[in-house]
Design a protein around this ligand. Sequence first.
Ligand code: SAM
Length: 234
Amino acid sequence: MIDRLSIEVIGHINSCFTEKFGTPRQSGLVPSAAARLRLCDPFNRREMVRGLEEFSHLWIHFVFHQAMEDGWKSTVRPPRLGGSRRIGVWATRSPHRPNFMGLSVVKLEGIEFDHGVELLLTGVDLLDGTPVLDIKPYLPSSDRIEDASAGWAAPELEALEVAYRPEAADFCSAYETKTGVPLRQLISEVLRQDPRPPSQREKKEMYGMRLYDINVRWQASGASCLVRSCEKIG
Ligand code: SAM
């Protein structure tokens, strides 16, 4: 029986999520969340992606590298349950799992060959720098299960309403013109998911969150939030 494996990283993610806070709880929740998967040598041969462009979505197997330092846990308290209930790690998608392996379905927007092989992805829930172990095409005919049940993880229906102060809106427009990044749409999609830990949802606090090289400051109250400012970091 094999009880130890050595696995090679096949690539790395460059993502808009440069810190954990604000990173979506699952892939697909923030459609504008963009990333670039840069394949490493020798897994970046052009023929290895031949035919991949025919698929709209991919499974990405990756490593929760930023969870490794804290180690794995046999039970976790999913934020969605307000941190009040302990669930067995195998019944969760927690990063703190043995082997630290993650699995996300993402949209394939394109493949570029200017610098090796790079896959352009959206709908990601991956931190910048995430090591990738494997890529597989998503097959709707077998991977989609219409009557699957989601237990304690059934989707949350409430979404935050997002408004902007004029200066923050102007910053987003200028950033979009300069870089082509739909910053305002990205911020809105992230905030609609309410990234606050459930224990803080009653409070009216100011939050800071980093997307790309931008610090976004926002304040939530009830079911709405206001983006107060956006600033370039550094
Ligand atoms: N879709 C994946 C899965 O089910 O395996 C990930 C789900 S996990 C609940 C998503 C969270 O993992 C994100 O909100 C972010 O905080 C965290 N995350 C993403 N990339 C990570 C990384 N490289 N290291 C540690 N945590 C990461």
